[in-house]
Design a protein around this ligand. Structure first.
Ligand code: OAD
Length: 229
C-alpha cells in the first residue's frame, strides 16, 4: 500500500458506540426503545411532528456532547499516507470532527435541517426544532435525515467511490439497511475487505478479513498490523 492507494471506509453506528452514541439494533439500541415507523418515517412525522422533532433534538444533544474516539481519529490520520474516503450511514459529525476531509453521509446529518416540501432546501442547524419553525418556502422544517421509504440520493456516488477502492474497511454496521448494505457488491474483486464489528455474522473469506473487536481495538490492530508507518 502507498500514497496512490485508495482506502474506502464504510461505517455505521458501531464506530460511534464508544463515543457514547447508541446503536440502532443492539440490545437497548434506539430501535428497541422506539417504533421505527413512529419516528423514522414521513407518516410518523405527519401524525406526530413534535414527537419526531424531539427524538432528533435529543439525538443532536447527545452528539454535541460526544467526542470522536480512537477509531475516528485513526481513520483521519491515514490521510497523511493514503487517499481516504469515508462513506458513513451515521448522522453524527464525529468523522469530520476527528479531521476526516472526505466524508459522505448516506442517511443525512443531524446538524442540518430541511424544508419538508423541498429536499434541496437544506440549512445548517444546531438547537431544538419546534413545530412552527419554517423553511423559506413556508413549510415545516424537519431533520435532514433519510427516513424509511425515502430515497438515498447519495448511493450512486457511494457506489462509484467503492468501485475505486484498493482496501474497503467496514466498521460497526449490521449491513441490513438497503441500499447501503449492498455497497460491498461494488468492491473490486481484487481489493481486500476488512470487517471490524463486535458481532459480525460472517467469517474470514477470500479477500475478506473479519476482526471481531470493538471499533477502536480493531482499527488499532489494523493500522499496526497492515498499515504501519
Ligand atoms: P446497527 O445498530 O444496525 O448495527 C450496529 C453494528 O455495530 C452491529 O453490527 C454491532 O455488532 C456493531 N457494534 C456495536 N458496538 C460496537 C463497537 N463498539 N465497535 C464495533 N462494532 C460495534 O447500526 P447500522 O448498521 O449503522 O438509518 O444501522 C444502519 C441504519 O439503520 C442507520 O444508519 C439508521 C438505522 O435505521 C437511518 O436512521 C436512516
Amino acid at each position: 500500500m502507498n500514497q496512490k492507494h485508495h482506502i474506502v471506509f464504510f461505517t455505521g453506528a458501531g464506530i460511534s458506540q464508544e463515543s457514547g452514541i447508541e446503536t440502532f439494533r443492539d440490545t437497548n439500541g434506539l430501535w428497541h426503545n422506539h417504533k421505527v415507523e413512529d419516528i423514522a418515517s414521513k407518516d410518523g412525522f405527519e401524525k406526530n411532528p413534535q414527537v419526531v422533532l424531539d427524538f432528533y433534538n435529543q439525538r443532536r444533544e447527545v452528539v454535541e456532547k460526544a467526542q470522536p474516539n480512537l477509531a475516528h481519529n485513526l481513520i483521519a490520520s491515514l490521510e497523511d499516507r493514503y487517499k481516504v474516503s469515508v462513506i458513513t450511514q451515521n448522522v453524527d459529525d464525529l468523522h469530520e470532527r476527528a479531521g476526516s476531509s472526505n466524508v459522505m453521509h448516506l442517511h443525512g446529518e443531524l446538524n442540518k435541517c430541511r424544508s419538508s416540501k423541498n429536499s434541496h432546501l437544506i440549512y445548517p442547524y444546531t438547537g431544538s426544532l419546534k413545530v412552527g419553525d419554517l423553511a423559506e418556502d413556508g413549510s415545516q422544517l424537519r431533520p435532514h435525515i433519510v427516513w424509511f421509504g425515502e430515497e438515498v440520493v447519495e448511493i450512486e456516488k457511494a457506489i462509484e467511490i467503492t468501485q475505486t477502492a484498493d482496501l474497503f474497511i467496514i466498521i460497526g454496521t449490521s449491513m441490513v439497511v438497503q441500499p447501503a448494505g449492498s455497497l460491498l457488491l461494488s468492491v473490486p474483486v481484487d481489493a481486500q475487505t476488512v470487517y471490524i464489528d463486535l458481532n459480525p455474522d460472517v467469517e474470514d473469506g477470500i479477500n475478506l478479513l473479519v476482526l471481531k473487536e470493538k471499533a477502536t481495538v480493531g482499527m488499532k490492530q489494523l493500522v499496526e498490523d497492515y498499515l504501519p508507518y
